[in-house]
Design a protein around this ligand. Structure first.
Ligand code: G
Ligand code: G
Ligand code: MN
Ligand code: NA
Length: 250
């Protein structure tokens, strides 16, 4: 497993960094925050896709230190931005084993001094499927601190709608696969309608992700998404680029 060894080295040598993708209010177009996304620039292979090395990190357990680092780094970056902007960080289900996720988040907030209200934790339905009391307790603690829990890739998993209320999810992100087809597929459009009306009914914020065309932007806004994210609006950029964008929009 050459790539696995390389990832260990990459981690030690600091070849990993975070990119920040802007997220905007749908109606006004105002900048609302950024999603932090891990990036690995391999000295020979170039950019390794995040889903590839995150999966590898999950298999090897490296996701624990990597996840702690991403939280710290992202919270620290956000303290440099105007205080109305949030930062969203992806957490792996592995981080929810034991009380790791809670301690990692606490440590990142303490080290950075970031207000918990500015942090969003992005989880997937696979985390909710872990069931156990630990996940529930951790999410309860996050919420009590004022952290928003975001359900990523919504519509692609199997989790019960019951979770949305029970775990008091604050935001759902309509998976890119539906947005991609929303102009041309009646079925995808119906799914998007169902998700956004659910979000409205439950008073959840709702982000349409993977917005690549003007038509997608218009339809997802008409459908009632509160926020939008995608290459049309802004690609993931460096911490410096995020800081410049954040300061330009005060
Ligand atoms: O950025 P990109 O589209 O390549 O991301 C691919 C996948 O990797 C996405 O599902 C994203 O959520 C995930 N990912 C990116 N950065 C992180 C991270 O820091 N931690 C976790 N757990 N997943 C991440
Ligand atoms: O699973 P998650 O939502 O965390 O994944 C986010 C990933 O989606 C990031 O890797 C990011 O690079 C990618 N992404 C963001 N906007 C777009 C887009 O408009 N089109 C495509 N194809 N990917 C996008
Ligand atoms: Mn995400
Ligand atoms: Na997603």
């Amino acid at each position: 497993r050459a790539l696995e060894l390389d990832l260990q080295t990459a981690w030690k040598d600091g070849q990993l960094h975070l990119a920040y993708q802007p997220i905007f209010e749908a109606e006004s177009g105002a900048l609302a925050g950024f999603e932090a996304l891990a990036r690995w620039h391999h000295p020979q292979r170039g950019m390794v896709p995040a889903d590839v090395f995150i999966a590898l990190a999950e298999e090897t357990g490296l996701i624990l230190p990597l996840g702690a680092w991403a939280l710290k780094e992202a919270c620290r970056a956000a303290t440099q931005w105007p205080s109305h902007l949030f930062v969203a960080v992806n957490l792996s289900p592995i981080q929810f084993r034991g009380a790791q996720a809670f301690h990692q988040v606490r440590a990142a907030l303490d080290a950075s001094g970031l207000a918990p209200e500015r942090l969003e934790i992005e989880i997937t339905e696979s985390t909710l499927l872990l069931e156990g009391p630990m996940v529930r307790a951790t999410l309860d603690q996050f919420r009590e601190e004022g952290i928003t829990i975001t359900l990523d890739d919504f519509g692609t998993g199997y989790s019960s709608l019951r979770y949305l209320k029970m775990l008091r999810i604050g935001r759902i992100k309509v998976d890119r696969s539906f947005v991609e087809e929303v102009e041309h597929s009646a079925q995808s459009r119906a799914i998007v309608e169902a998700i956004t009306s659910l979000a409205r009914t439950l008073s959840l914020r709702c982000t349409g992700e993977g917005i690549e065309t003007e038509a997608q932007r218009r339809i997802m806004t008409e459908q009632g998404c509160s926020h939008l994210q995608g290459y049309l609006l802004g690609r993931p950029g460096t911490a410096e680029e995020a800081l410049r964008l954040a300061r330009a929009t005060v």
